[in-house]
Write a protein of this length. Structure first.
Length: 79
């Protein structure tokens, strides 16, 4: 498939046909690199994207909150 470079501001770009976008499963971001004189576009691999989208710190349980000091552990310490 052949396409034309188009002026976009101070840069140039191409229009990617929707059939190619669907084949590559591209949403919004792509990784672009040049290998041996060939331009490669591939879906951005962000496996941790969205991990904290629904994070609510108020629901966190403090893991050490129920821990108690034992008197035997405090014997050698000077405070």
């Amino acid at each position: 498939m052949q396409t034309t470079l188009r002026k976009i501001g101070n840069s140039r770009g191409i229009i990617i046909p929707s059939s190619i976008i669907e084949q590559l499963h591209i949403d919004n971001e792509v990784e672009m690199e040049v290998q041996d004189g060939v331009l490669l576009l591939k879906p951005s691999n962000t496996p941790r994207k969205g991990w904290f989208d629904h994070y609510n710190p108020e629901k966190d349980i403090e893991p050490l909150s129920e821990m108690k000091d034992l008197e035997s552990e405090q014997e050698d310490w000077q405070w």
